[in-house]
Design a protein around this ligand. Sequence first.
Ligand code: KG4
Ligand code: ZN
Length: 364
Amino acid sequence: MRILAIETSCDETAIAMLGASGNLKQPRFKILKNLVASQIKIHAPFGGVVPNLAKREHLRNLPILLKKLKTQNSKLKTDLIAVTVGPGLEPCLWTGVNFAKDLYSKLKTHNSKLKLVGVSHSEGHLYSFLLARKFKPDLFPAIALIVSGGHTILLLVKDLAHYKKLGETRDDAVGECFDKVARLLRLPYPGGPEIERIAKQGNPNAVNFTRPMLNQKNYDLSFSGLKTAVLYYLRDNSPSTFTFKGGRQTTECHGKVRDKNVKIKDIAASFQAAAFDLLISKTLRAAKEFKAKSILLSGGVASNFSLKKDLKLRIKNEKLRVNLFVPNKKFCTDNAVMIAAAAYVNYLQNKNHRLIAAGNMNLK
Ligand code: KG4
Ligand code: ZN
């Protein structure tokens, strides 16, 4: 079947066409089109996503992307329209849902069997591993780690149709933490790729940042304490002329300048190492406890090369026999192909999400 998917939950407007076949034991996908209109330039001057601007851009971009899809596939042949209904920014989600409903009513006149379904954005990330490499049914049980700007979730995946949440962040999502720390370091938005870039030249052992909840025996995570640790470190030890914004007020740093040799790139590398240590430690503990055969890594932060490298190294050092699945970079950050893949997995189970924007929609 052919699935047309629409994604507008945050700051990327995306439309995709995916060919899908097979069953829950062996689904097969063929990516026919993957269109993404990024809004980074629009939001960059504000240092983060401005919901009303994002909504305006989605409204502008959706017809343009659909037109691009039509030139490739002039009759717009599709069996299923899938649209992200949550979680995300509600005004943005509604633009996608309304656009999908409109398109559905237009296409339905030519195809009475056409269906329209809602999809969870988090399930989109979860199932994006299906786009990583050839699916093998013997990869379960698996531990899935979803790391994005809005979510940090650990799941036990028993098979394609059954998963259970083991834990999640109690405060900031890890991507959000990267973005906030990048702002402290005066790096442009979005901060994650910038931190990765400068951390490559830095020393990850320069500063031993706190790892909140690392030794707690649950699978929850916390990142706001790590962000505050970077803030306090900068206040107390920053290079003498470095000025930064702490909370709402701008703080001049005339700190103690104890670590004169620590550079911003070292702070970025040390922060990144602490954040990844937290993620990897809890993921591997879950993999051991549940005797996982694979680890499924997804979400925008999964596009960070160091995370994959550190995770592979720890898997090797701890002598774990698990396969690591990480989608291609373009399927880690927001896209509509993963929404189409999740729609197919749900379709095979007759599972449906209501066509109502749900900003706080949760994985169950
Ligand atoms: O999955 P995604 O595109 O959108 C959400 O669902 O949130 O993830 C975006 C998040 C942002 O916080 C961004 O800074 C982070 O992923 N990110 C990264 C990298 N690329 C994107 N974080 C660390 N390293 C990266 N290379
Ligand atoms: Zn996302």
